[in-house]
Ligand binder design. Structure first.
Ligand SMILES: Cc1ncc(COP(=O)(O)O)c(C=O)c1O
Length: 436
């Protein structure tokens, strides 16, 4: 008689899971864990992509605190009920309005705005990661792209997400390390010579993670034209709208250009409210699919139903609490203005710290050209910058100076403040002079 321990699936090692493959560590979270373990008083965390105040503390946005209180005080007994599978429709209308600018132009005809709205199918997701994942699954199952073109470098989770979706991945050269800019020539050449119709291309809509380098508007226009001519499907990752420049409209410029100027190009937008509302752990986001202007209502309905089907099978629906906050803020002029003030506070502090780091490095005479840290003209923006250190130098930053950053030399500017910026600059100076 067979016993459980003799089950052939268990093999010699006593578990059906004994042959599981090794999985890669998630670097930002691993670096964050190492930082927490470090007892040194001077330690600095430049690893994780979250906003920190000038005191190095987490910052619930003031508008979020006010809104939370307001929601609680209404005492709505339905506040913990299930959402619909698609999520909260009012939240989705406001979220898509924020991305595409629906109704922002007061002169545009209401019927025109309505027509434009109908080109977009939206569904609430488990934040930006969930939106990326859902979009990848939708395309993998239904469009079957030959491959997905992923910027090199990128947010590492893009590789995992598209791996899980089973779509072959190829890289395009995003960053020019010599000139410390977006590598437009490399990107354009690779996509124009090698991408095929129905391939997907991942585009960071603003504040590219990890380099902080974005295309210019002229470059975006050429990329849009290329997608149109080749039939490439753009997939915008929008994780920093309003957080990057302080202006939500400016940060959505590329998406709005694609939508308004290229009516035939169908594309996805993965929207996150983690950074711009400081709602990291609440998991608030949306996936928007922009359809061509010739797509029928029937296509839009089927697309919506398919998205709902995927969501229902995965987790039934996205969480409610954080989306309620975002909906309340975006739907109220007074709160929206307060949100704008909070966006300005965050983006200005980051810009201030970019300048402070640059000034300290210049004062120290640190070898190298540091203009990329502050140069808005070459579109360096947002939470991150590639500081330009080798892996050995990064290692020395941590070992000698207790400063935590990613192996690539990506730093989260938000971890800098008036008290530690000189210390960080001195550490950079030290490793650049003494380590290869
Ligand atoms: C480029 C990019 N995309 C998506 C995300 C997803 O964030 P979340 O799932 O918290 O919305 C992040 C977060 O760091 C990011 O940097």
């Amino acid at each position: 008689m067979g016993s459980i321990s003799e089950s052939p699936a268990k093999g010699q090692l006593g578990s059906i899971f004994s042959t599981l493959p090794e999985t890669p560590l998630d670097e930002p979270f691993a670096v964050n864990g190492a930082y927490k373990q470090d007892c040194n008083a001077q330690k600095v965390n430049l690893g994780i992509g979250v906003y920190r105040t000038s005191e190095g503390a987490a910052w619930p946005l003031r508008v979020v605190e006010e809104t939370e209180k307001q929601i609680y005080e209404t005492g709505d007994v339905n506040r913990h009920e299930y959402l619909a599978i698609q999520g909260d429709q009012e939240f989705l209308t406001l979220a898509s309005g924020l991305v595409f600018g629906f109704g922002e132009d007061k002169d545009s005809e209401p019927s025109m705005t309505e027509q434009q709205r109908q080109r977009v199918v939206s569904i609430q997701t488990v934040s930006g990661t969930g939106a990326n994942r859902l979009g990848a699954e939708l395309l993998a199952r239904n469009v079957r792209p030959g491959c997905v073109w992923i910027p090199d470098p990128t947010w590492a989770n893009h590789y995992t997400i598209w791996d899980l979706a089973g779509v072959p991945k190829k890289g395009y050269p995003y960053y020019d390390a010599t000139y410390k800019t977006f590598d437009f020539e490399g990107t354009f050449r690779t996509l124009s010579t090698s991408a095929k119709a129905n391939d997907v291309v991942i585009l960071h809509a603003c504040a590219h993670n990890p380099t902080g380098a974005d295309p210019t508007q002229e470059q975006w226009k050429m990329l849009a034209q290329l997608c149109k001519e080749k039939g490439i499907i753009p997939f915008f990752d929008l994780a920093y709208q309003g957080f990057a420049s302080g202006d939500a409209k400016k940060d959505a410029w590329a998406i709005r250009y694609f939508f308004q100027e290229l009516h035939e190009v169908e594309f996805c937008v993965a929207q996150s409210f983690s950074k711009n509302f400081g709602l990291y752990g609440q998991r608030v986001g949306a996936l928007h699919v922009a359809l061509s202007s010739t797509a029928t209502n029937d296509t839009a309905s089927k697309l919506h139903a398919n998205l709902c089907h995927l969501v229902r099978g995965e987790y039934s629906m996205a969480p409610r609490g954080g989306a309620e906050i975002v909906k309340t803020v975006l739907g109220n002029e007074h709160l929206r203005n307060k949100w704008q003030e909070d966006l300005t506070t965050m983006s200005q502090r980051i810009q201030l710290m970019r300048n402070a780091l640059f000034n300290e490095l210049i004062k120290l005479g640190t070898p190298g050209d540091w203009k990329h840290v502050i140069n808005q003209a070459s579109c360096f923006i947002g939470m991150f910058t590639y500081i330009g250190l080798t892996e050995n130098q990064v290692h020395a930053m941590t070992e000698r100076h207790h400063i935590y950053l990613l192996k690539s030399g990506r730093i989260s500017i938000s971890g800098l403040n008036e008290k530690n910026v000189r210390y960080v600059a001195m550490a950079i100076d030290d490793v650049i002079r003494t380590v290869d």
